[in-house]
Design a protein around this ligand. Sequence first.
Ligand code: AHR
Length: 676
Amino acid sequence: MTCPLVRPHLFSRIRSLFRPALAAALLACSQIAAAAVELKVDFKAEKKAISPDLVGIFYEDLNYAADGGLYAELIQNRSFEYSATEQASWGPFSFWDLVESEGGKGRLGLGNARPVHVNNPHYLLLNVEAAGAGVGIANEGFDQIPLEAGKAYEASFWAYQAYMGRKWGGSPEEEEQPMPMRARLENEAGEVIAEAEFLIAGREWTQHSATLVPSESTDKARFVLLAQKAGGIAIDMVSLFPHDTFAGRENGLRKDLAQSIADLEPKFMRFPGGCLVHGQGIHQYYDWKDSVGPVEQRKAFRNSWGYHQTLGLGYFEYFQFCEDMGAIPIPVVSAGVCCQHAGDSPHRGQEGLPLSEMPDYIEDVLDLIEWANGPADSEWGAVRAAAGHPEPFGLKYLGVGNEDAITSIFKVRFKMIRDAIAKRHPEIVVVGTVGPFASGEDYDNGWEFTRELDLDIIDEHYYVEPNWFWENQERYDAYDRESAEVYIGEYAAHEPDRANTMRSAIAEAAGLVSFERNADIVRFASYAPLLSRRGHTQWRPDLIYFDATEVYPSLNYEVQRLFSVNAGDFALPFRVSGLAEGKKLAASVVHDSESADTIVKVVNGESEAISATIDLSSAAQRQFRMRAIIFAHEVASAVNRDGDAPVAVPEEESGSVGSRFERSFPANSLTILRLR
Ligand code: AHR
């Protein structure tokens, strides 16, 4: 690390009048030799306005984050659209079993002649030759279906009568009869713990539903749907949905998981990806229009991460979740190019939509803005209103592109999209992209292109080893304040074994203080990825792990939460002296106008405690009430284990301090001092 004191020219490009980041960078600076470490806050200097929305979340549907994750649907493959293009062993009846009860005999057929909707082409044709005690299908959900006794679950399905009795030559009387059906919840022993009856009549697709309340709790239930007479019945969109969702939303989110996200108090949410956005082939980008409207009309398709996405959790649900959490929505659309690794061609896969298709694609992007912000009587505003949200969502930021290679293919299309948005919706801020890494060709070209187009904000990504955050404390000090703002859209500290260690969490805390000191240009920052289901983890590390019944936040989660709930809107300059060469200590000082607190954050990445004097003597007052929050673990390699208590939790103490006081900052720790 170079000491900023001996490179004054480095800062000549910095617009801001004062340099708290410079002071902070001194923390790790070898040239300073003093007996004791001191952090001296300058209350007299002008405060720097910083982003009040710095810490948010990046949500991508990978690791089963949506279906089998945040989306509360309990049935897997509910619309018989699973296919071998998703996973070689999958097909329309994956995760379904044929049930032939007590003398029942039947078979499963696949229909596509009269679908519920053209976007949902396949359905089940259940042929019952002998009814016995019932013939039908059973589903065990995503690994398992957990149910709570006494809670309400909505069982529903779409159906029409194909024929009754025998397919050919049945009696006209029989043909007139409705098909009796039963929906059941069974426990692991196969005992019925809730049941409802239905009569299916007629040749029109109709939705049937009933509320089931299980008489006992079980973690491994089975949902069973049985026809009770001989005949043929077409079935689609079989669903079992808890009534108790996050914020009580219909078609909503799994409550415990959504709550763990909401507890982060994210100031914004970027969605739905990630690589998912631009897709693994040129027409495989995430089309927001496929994800809105009635769920049976949404267009399920292969997720970039090699599994099935129903899009039951779609743009409406994402925007609503943002609203429920008080987070700024930052949707991301494809820049008209697919992933540079698409088509099984690493680094050579980028292709662009044919230019002849770009006008239509651009209209789709503009329609998204109308859908989010337009009046309820506009074409797309009406779709939002029909979903139950007549008021606009207040979209302000729109990401265009994700980690794309900055080629001429990309540039042409990005510019077309950006220009169209600027013309029709100058109120929307387009977030650009500068490739997948913290430096290198795409980063350099991306920044050059950003300056050329005079973009307001760009998205940087980096997954790096923990030390990187210590070695790059000065990174944003040197950024040009006249150029675009920065959204650090994806970042994480990666250990060689990709474990969520205390070392990685503390390294991210070091990153976060450097972002905070520079939050005059670093507008947003989000750790990535957010969610991962146990048994379906494709990418590690993640912030929150979960299984069917439990949520396991990582140590890294705690760091994100602590920064989010202890944010400020002004940065104060400060200076650190006396730190021995190479010591990993970093800090930030912010002021929060709402609470009127001065918030000092100190991150110690050493394996031993560091004592420092905190000097507040330039403040008008002599005494401060102080609440200290300490998140520490003496072992850098410590990790949380599923089912065990977290190895480290924030601890609090409060009292009062004078304007100069000593404090010991423990090994591997983040300490937050809230001074009032
Ligand atoms: O966060 C996981 C992936 O990392 C994202 O999809 C992509 O943008 C990045 O490469």
